[in-house]
Design a protein around this ligand. Structure first.
Ligand SMILES: Cc1cc2nc3c(=O)[nH]c(=O)nc-3n(C[C@H](O)[C@H](O)[C@H](O)COP(=O)(O)OP(=O)(O)OC[C@H]3O[C@@H](n4cnc5c(N)ncnc54)[C@H](O)[C@@H]3O)c2cc1C
Length: 451
């Protein structure tokens, strides 16, 4: 902490709106929280600092959700607003199949059309007031763990929003941190990545991007190392590549995040330069850069329950389970260029680039884990009276986080936070005391698959 400080003058700000529930952050996590609470009758304010909803799925260009089925393909395990959103995208061909178990590619989405769908879902809900291009700034506390109002900032200046219950869906946990919740920093957070969209992305048979990068690495030292993946985008001629990575980056530090944005864009430029040198007769276009680098992991909020990898991989059933998932424990290392997957089919694989460098089993031969569960307790900050969290700041250890961090899982967390916030508001209870069996019942009534 710098010794160089200044004291700001006290300020009086207008109270712009009073609501039952205020949601900070408009990714699908935040949108689904807002929709759930609004459909139960709450007056909801939803705040998003960028110009659009969708978070990493739109701003970060990551248009990929994962299977809604258990890994034995016997049972659908994810429904709710994830399913509803996909049904809307399906009408215009803006997503690939989700009604049956999916292959390696998962469910691909067109991020731009997702933006339009989320606009419609939110603006057609009369109980939601949406503020885009509006940033959360600080929490105003009425007592320990109890938020009276938040201060937000837009082009007109600073103003307050009062609410009974608040949901932090900011990814970074900005609201929880400002409200004095205990935040946990991890030693090796998963590295951030800027995705990019390219035109002209087609290659001769047998072409390997990894081998090409190895060939040009000396000539183009900004070329990224490590794992990459990409996908053709539905309803588009473009290809999305998640091919960059910035190692050992604390994404909560302004100097570090600036370094990450610039470094990852240099890596994208190097990929483009490489392709143009390798195929001088072809036309490759850089069509879209993300509005913000994709952050895989930042701070976690210490909650009344920490989901552990041991519990997750044992398939523990929780009495307050609000979500189910099958995405593997997927850890991008930040010290070397490898990524490891513990798949629910029992295999454990390590990759470098697109190459698998080791395969073992973590489950005995013939055994699989059909799905795991996510409990509500990891969304309830310890000591919180009227604040819940939903999103990548949830309380999970390294392995469990590696699995639950994907969007189909966090979407379910958003829905659960919306329902639990509504219960806390209705009953005038602290968030730790809501009836979690009722949360599950209400989620199910609203279309979620609760097992
Ligand atoms: C490169 C990359 C590839 C990935 N690939 C996949 C994949 O293929 N499939 C998958 O499911 N998951 C993938 N993930 C993981 C997944 O995308 C993220 O874990 C998930 O999107 C995080 O969701 P979130 O809601 O917590 O945060 P975010 O999506 O980051 O949303 C947070 C929202 O809060 C807003 N916000 C932040 N601060 C403020 C503020 N002060 N005021 C107002 N609003 C604020 C942000 O603008 C943003 O809209 C990937 C992640 C990365 C980085």
């Amino acid at each position: 902490m710098s010794e160089n400080t200044m004291t700001l003058p006290p300020e009086t700000v207008p109270v712009k709106i009073e609501a039952d529930i205020c949601v900070v952050g408009g990714s699908c996590t935040g949108v689904f929280a807002a929709l759930r609470a609004a459909r139960l009758g709450a007056k909801v304010v939803l705040l998003e600092k960028s110009n659009r909803l969708g978070g990493v799925a739109t701003l970060g260009l990551v248009g990929m959700w994962h299977s809604l089925f258990d890994i034995t393909h016997q049972q659908q395990i994810i429904g709710g607003l994830t399913f509803e959103t996909l049904e809307r995208l399906e009408k215009t061909g803006a997503c690939t199949t989700f009604r049956e178990p999916t292959d390696y590619y998962g469910i691909r989405l067109n991020s731009e059309e997702l933006t339009l769908v989320l606009d419609t879902m939110v603006t057609s809900e009369k109980n939601i007031t949406l503020y885009l291009q509006t940033s959360f700034s600080q929490a105003v506390l009425a007592g320990p763990g109890k938020i009276e109002a938040i201060v937000a900032e837009d082009k007109s200046g600073r103003f307050a929003i009062r609410a009974s219950v608040f949901i932090d869906a900011s990814g970074d946990g900005v609201l929880a941190r400002s409200a004095g919740m205990t935040m946990r920093r991890v030693d090796h957070p998963q590295p951030p990545t800027s995705c990019a969209r390219f035109s002209g992305w087609s290659f001769p048979e047998g072409f390997s991007l990894r081998k090409c990068m190895d060939k040009y690495r000396e000539e183009l030292p900004d070329l990224p190392c490590g794992y990459y993946w990409g996908m053709p985008i539905p309803n588009s001629q473009l290809f999305m590549l998640a091919g960059t990575r910035v190692m050992q980056c604390d994404c909560n530090d302004p100097d570090e995040i600036t370094r990450a944005e610039i470094t990852s864009r240099r890596q994208i430029k190097a990929i483009l330069d490489m392709l143009r040198r390798e195929f001088p007769d072809r036309k490759f276009g850089l069509e879209t850069l993300p509005s913000a680098i994709g952050i895989r992991e930042g701070l976690h909020v210490e909650s009344i329950g920490t989901l552990t990898g041991e519990e997750l991989l044992a398939g523990r059933r929780f009495p307050d389970a609000i979500g189910n998932g099958t995405y593997p424990v997927d850890i991008h290392n930040d010290t070397d260029a490898t990524i490891s997957f513990k798949n629910l089919n029992g295999t454990m694989r390590v990759y470098r680039g697109d190459q698998c460098i080791s395969t073992e089993r973590w489950l005995p031969e013939g055994q699989v884990l059909p799905y795991y569960q996510i409990p509500l307790s990891c969304l309830i900050p310890r000591g919180a009276v009227n604040v819940l969290v939903a999103g990548r700041m949830l309380d999970a250890d390294r392995d469990a986080f590696g699995a639950v961090r994907v969007m189909v899982n966090l979407n379910q967390c958003g829905e659960a936070a919306g329902v639990a916030a509504w219960q806390a508001m209705r009953d005038g209870k602290g968030v730790a005391n809501v009836d979690r069996a009722e949360t599950r019942r209400l989620l199910k009534t609203g279309g979620a698959i609760i097992l």
